[in-house]
Design a protein around this ligand. Structure first.
Ligand code: SF4
Length: 319
């Protein structure tokens, strides 16, 4: 499988390019280095601000956001907007973004936006200049900041989406209907957990294939596929899907084994065990009964297992 291509804030362990000449180590970025290709960016350095530099901030005036450097009274709005446009035009095959939180350029939602250009203005929270541009141009892609990725559930959702987008990109490049059918089949349970009606729509698009409409099928499939992960899947959705998977094998199990599995679903529902424990059980049954369809389901193995630990923060261990 090809590696995900991720745009990452350069100060996250790649270069000492922060305003104070520092860098910040992000654990998820470090682990991902083995599994992904990174395109590093530092918009502030790339618009001509040096290292070290006086900090910049986002200030709103008359309903328009400005990138201001209070120490020099300079306005870098035109520079950053132009850099954003040029940067994004260069890349068409990005699978996801990991950006630095709280940064007036890279931040995606927790950036201080000052109300007014004065140095003492009050502030509210919003996105930085590059972060906002990315969210606008890639509304369905996995986009996160390194702070949010410390949370188990957010990291899991990001990784599920990232590796699904990467796999789809590969299928799209090969452009054969067989590969698209295989992709759809292997992701069926995952899609079912995230978005049952989306799964149905994807199935209909595939069923409409005839020898003359391959390009339309790919185009329509992609439009639906990117929306599949728009919302996180709840515990109830996973339970339904796992019951469905279990149903195909339960007649081969003893009543004690059945009871054990049903109890494990209850434990998952009550947040006493993570989803991975239940998917492991399903996986082991699939191996035991040589159920190739289930063994190949991405639901059971959506991304490399070293990318997340149950000790990662977050109250709910859903996966
Ligand atoms: S947050 Fe973005 S702009 Fe700021 S130092 Fe890091 S990469 Fe550069």
């Amino acid at each position: 499988m090809i590696k995900p291509k991720i745009v990452v804030s350069r100060c996250l362990g790649f270069e000492k390019c922060r305003y104070n000449g520092e860098t910040i180590v992000s654990e998820i970025v470090e682990i991902l280095k083995k599994h992904a290709d990174f395109i590093t960016v530092c918009p502030e350095v790339e618009i001509g601000l040096g290292v070290p530099r006086d900090p910049v901030r986002v200030a709103e005036s008359g309903g328009v956001k400005h990138l201001i450097q209070p120490a020099s009274d300079k306005d870098y709005t035109a520079e950053i907007n132009s850099w954003n446009r040029n940067f994004i035009q260069k890349f068409t095959d990005i699978d996801g973004f990991i950006l630095k939180n709280r940064s007036p350029t890279c931040g995606i939602g927790d950036v201080k936006i000052y109300k007014g250009l004065s140095k003492t203005s009050s502030a509210y929270k919003g996105s930085g200049f590059f972060g906002e541009y990315v969210l606008d141009k890639f509304p369905f892609h996995p986009v996160e900041d390194e702070g949010r990725l410390l949370n188990y559930e957010i990291r899991d959702h990001f990784l599920v989406k990232l590796f699904a987008f990467t796999k789809f990109k590969q299928v799209k490049q090969g452009r054969t209907i067989n590969d698209l059918n295989k992709f759809h089949s292997e992701n069926k349970l995952l899609f079912m957990a995230y978005n049952q009606s989306g799964l149905k729509r994807l199935g209909k698009i595939l069923a409409s294939y005839n020898k003359s409409n391959k390009e339309i099928v790919f185009e329509e499939y992609e439009k639906e596929f990117v929306k599949i992960f728009s919302k996180k899947a709840g515990a109830g959705n996973f339970i339904n899907v796992l019951q469905h998977a279990f149903g195909g094998m339960s007649d081969k199990l003893s009543s004690e084994e059945k009871k054990f599995f049903i109890n494990s679903l209850e434990e998952f529902r009550d947040e006493r065990i993570p989803l991975t424990t239940v998917t492991y059980l399903i996986h082991s049954m699939a191996v035991r009964f040589n159920n190739e369809y289930l063994i190949n389901q991405t639901l059971l193995n959506p991304y490399p297992s070293d990318l997340i630990k149950t000790s990662d923060s977050g109250k709910k261990l859903r996966r």
